[in-house]
Design a protein around this ligand. Structure first.
Ligand SMILES: [Zn+2]
Ligand SMILES: [Zn+2]
Length: 248
């Protein structure tokens, strides 16, 4: 390529970027003028702080009215198939705004800063990472994926895997039943709702492996519990899970 062609290609690429991505922060409306800024400005991203506070050491449920970590009533009654789950923060404020932009407004480049946020908040927890072989994104039903254009959990897993030098096991855990949306259902109904919705397509790939499930948001944990259950049933040695946020 000659210099002028290259310059024209570069300005065309810049124009396409301006058309595809807004030139102001979708949260605070300040211009995005720092190099590498996309969709949300650095100042807004800097507001994402990992939550530190008491939680259930097993399922990771945040305790609001207790000063210490302790097993929650649900885990005491029936332990999940995963050995640990951690969320980075509470589903609210700037974190919720960014997740909504990422997921429903289809701003896929937000996956990178969200993966960095997850890495910053969860990197030091050995219960999640020790001996882990693969990251496994929580799958969407193919009809939902077509509708959205991407699976947000898969993008997050991809970018988190890059940061951690790990591999993603994609397409192995699949969603075979398009269940009604979980939002608006009571906890018991959510568990019923996800039963037999997931399936392991290639059990040989998970046999004897330690896996870390990745999802964006968890509410009751019913999806993670069911995904972990089918992975263990298919022969996985250990399953852990991480989410960006948990709704209280
Ligand atoms: Zn901003
Ligand atoms: Zn628990």
């Amino acid at each position: 390529m000659t210099g002028s062609v290259r310059a024209r290609a570069a300005s065309l690429a810049k124009l396409v970027e301006l058309l595809v991505f807004p030139s102001f922060c979708r949260i605070c409306r300040e211009p995005l003028d720092e190099p590498g800024e996309k969709v949300v400005c650095r100042a807004c991203l800097a507001k994402l702080a990992p939550r530190s506070g008491p939680s259930c050491p097993l399922c990771g449920r945040f305790h609001e009215s207790s000063a210490e970590d302790h097993l929650c009533a649900r885990c005491l009654e029936r332990a999940p198939a995963f050995s640990a789950h951690r969320s980075c923060g509470i589903y609210g404020g700037t974190l919720k705004e960014i997740i909504l932009l990422f997921k429903y407004r289809k701003y896929a480049p937000l996956s990178r800063p969200l993966a960095r946020y997850a890495e910053a908040g969860l990197a030091s927890d050995p219960r999640l990472w020790k001996g882990a072989h693969f990251l496994v994104p929580v799958p969407l039903h193919p009809a939902r994926r077509r509708e959205r254009g991407f699976n947000q959990a898969r993008l997050l897993a991809r970018d988190l895997a890059k940061l951690r030098g790990m591999k993603v096991l994609g397409g192995c855990l699949v969603k075979v039943r398009d269940v009604p949306p979980q939002a608006g259902l009571r906890a018991a109904d959510r568990e019923e709702n996800v039963k037999s919705a997931y399936y392991v397509r290639w059990p040989a790939r998970v046999r004897g492996k330690t896996l870390v499930l990745v999802d964006d948001v968890t509410t009751t944990g019913a999806t993670l519990r069911e995904c972990a259950r089918v992975l263990i049933e298919a022969g996985a040695k250990d399953v852990r899970a991480i989410t960006l946020a948990q709704a209280l």
